[in-house]
Ligand binder design. Sequence first.
Ligand code: ADP
Ligand code: ZN
Ligand code: ZN
Length: 872
Amino acid sequence: MGPSSLSSAMTEQPVADQGAPAEAPLYAVVVVHSHLEHKVSSPEDTSPEAEEEDHLTRAFHYLVPEAMRAEIRIGQLVWVPFGSRYLQGVVAGFDERSPVEETREIDKIADPEPILSPIHLQLARWISEHYLAPLHLVILSMLPPGITQSVDIIVSAVPEVEPATVTKAQGELLALLRQKGPLTMRQIIRLSKRKDARAVVNQLVGHGWASKRAEVRPPRARPKLVPVVRARAGLRPDDLPSRSPRQRQALEYLRQRGDEWLPLTSAASEAGVPPAVLRALADKGLLELAQRQVWRDPLEGHAFVPVVPPRLTPEQDAAWQAIAEDLARPAGRPFLLHGVTGSGKTEIYLRAVQQVLAQGRSAIVLVPEIALTPQTVRRFGARFPTTIAVMHSHLSPGERYDQWHRLRAGELRLVVGSRSAIFAPLRDLGLIVLDEEHEWSYKQEKTPHYHAREVAVRLASLAGATCILGSATPDLESAYRAERGEYVHLHMPQRIMGHRHILEEQAAQLGRAQERYQSAEPGLEETMYTELPPVEVVDMRAELRAGNRSIFSRSLAKGIEVALAAGEQIILFINRRGEATFVMCRDCGHVLKCPRCDLPLTYHSAVDDLICHHCNYKTFVPPQCPSCWSGRIRYFGTGTQRVEELVRQAYPRARVVRWDLDTTGGKLDHERLLDQFIKGEADIMVGTQMIAKGLDLPMVTLVGVIAADTTINLPDFRSGERTFQLLTQVAGRAGRSILGGKVIIQSYTPQHPAIQAASKHDYAAFYAREIAFRREHWYPPLSRLVQLVYTNANAAAAQREAEKLHRILTLKIARLGLAEVGLIGPAPAFFSRLRGKYRWQLLIRGTDPAALLRDMHLPLGWRVDVEPVSLL
Ligand code: ADP
Ligand code: ZN
Ligand code: ZN
């Protein structure tokens, strides 16, 4: 047995050549992973050591036993001996020859139904090549975690072996095994009452007196189920119960809904009858009743979800026509659906899903984070209650496992989930939707560093599916591709839409009149419109000149008081990376930048130096502003973490919560805080990036951005884009309820193009400026980057290693004559010390920079991120 590369000789069919003699051996290339053993893998472990351990080639040739030939398929999960261990692996291909002489046999097929389809295997290879990630890690990230966890270790005594001398403990356990037969590890611990049972079993196995094998355990948990109903098919008018008007009414309603399954409680309330009426109808056999999965919804009871598709507006319809045509005949070009929050994009996704399901195909809808997009998830759930699988991080392994099986069996055909849901085992995939396609969370932070958007585009083309990327602030990369015609650009109007019913519901709940939304589209009674919220940009330099040294401008302070007095809610937005220290002139807003990279320099107090984290340019802090000669040139960015404290001091009677997913504290804590805020138990929420995401909070009428400068001045070429996206999304949080809202952005550089464009909701202006900047400096999307990060406990060693790789790559570039490929750095990474270790980074830039590394084995300690979303 030896490592095999997945060679081109490898085939996807077990019988490659009909002419080959029947007795010719057949080898399967099996991708094994130690995590497919009994060990529970920890997805959080992104430490370099954990990655290093896995960066070994893990594809091996195994002989397919004669008896297994008829059943073995590509993509199957099999059990194989591996050294002294017994592991699971996935069949990635077949071969007639083995690169090594001693080849062991596949022990057995774990599941006759392939765990990965041929399309998914092709996708895995593409990810592995494109992102320079080991194939076994790619495959592992495609599989449901349940598979890696539902394995029991079975121990049995080896018969006819009489050990001469045994310890007391060894003797006891051997006797136990002989008496009871094979036992699981857990049973042994329970029966022997020995705490050291595991170690003793290992001794027995080591001596060859006992053997261990792993066995798949059935899933432990099932998803929570709720009752759903629909009218029995083929009901005739005379089947309607004549004596009960309420039953008649309910049945009439459900009959109109066709064969769609509806949750019992919502169907009852929509039909205007108590649930008992529906149960009575089910008892009479007029309704069908079944059980389906549900999910937690923090906004339950706080927002109404329309189940009946509304008529599309003309703008929606134009976009929909283009998509519908592609669903009928996929042309292979993804759609970029660009429309402000509330322009009706989700309604289009819903249509597309409906169409695909009606064709008997399946669909994947990706959202950045389930917990932050409850409304979106609910809308899909309400419309497709019986075909939907919601994949979120709170599912237990058992639930995941179960869902995965139901998807593979075709029982469920719609997946709504975050990043890894892109790998859901769906058949006949017809549609992939990526909502909020610009979100960074679509990029995986650990190996494989894939971007779900790129994977989605690739998967859609492999499967012949339609792909829709939706956003209010498309990623520059996507907008650039749309500009070049690689994507089809669909634009939706720059105004916010509301459903009349939802708005009325909201008005009733809040006890206020609905006056902001107007009906504007003749003939569309359900559709209401409002303008985007006003955005005020406050010049903090002027505040300072006027003697206001507080972090609250006069305008923001006033806004907070007004909102508090009206009993409305406020969100104050701070930057998580508040520790970023750049140097800025408080009088003119000038920021010191690297002359080579045009990116802000970072101040390091230890050496009292300014440094560029891209190219390692160093300089001293000037005593005066080079732009206006003011002496008030300061380090900036510290202290923003204190916003909560300052808010409490300034408004002692306001109830303040801080919501920050990035700081310590469990996820459930944050959800509790969010619930608190939604229920109106707090007045002010202080939070980071996270709060800018999908939530609609009707009572929030003021959103304040404390210091837009901290985001703008991060030393990353995407900081302008990031700021624009954040500000635009933050602004979107304020404007969607009937109460209206207002946004206040505070900044020392109010004239910054990203701030200006965001305040005017002007994507086109932002794009034009930003793409010019990228072109000038040859940053992505004009070029591509590979980020190499080296981590070491010793600072000098980290630097030496980075410089060494720089020399090697420089030589290689020269040898290959790759004039267009360039190196940036090496330089200490922005977060130069992480978990007590030093990090240095090196960037490769070119049109295909990964090509430089494809045939190279990087030394341990290096992390490779192809097309990184952040350089910090
Ligand atoms: P987006 O996904 O772009 O944020 P949504 O699809 O959520 O936009 O639409 C915003 C609001 O308008 C939602 O409440 C939705 O139910 C409603 N809506 C969308 N399209 C229509 C329509 N054609 N008629 C009436 N209401 C609509
Ligand atoms: Zn100045
Ligand atoms: Zn530089």
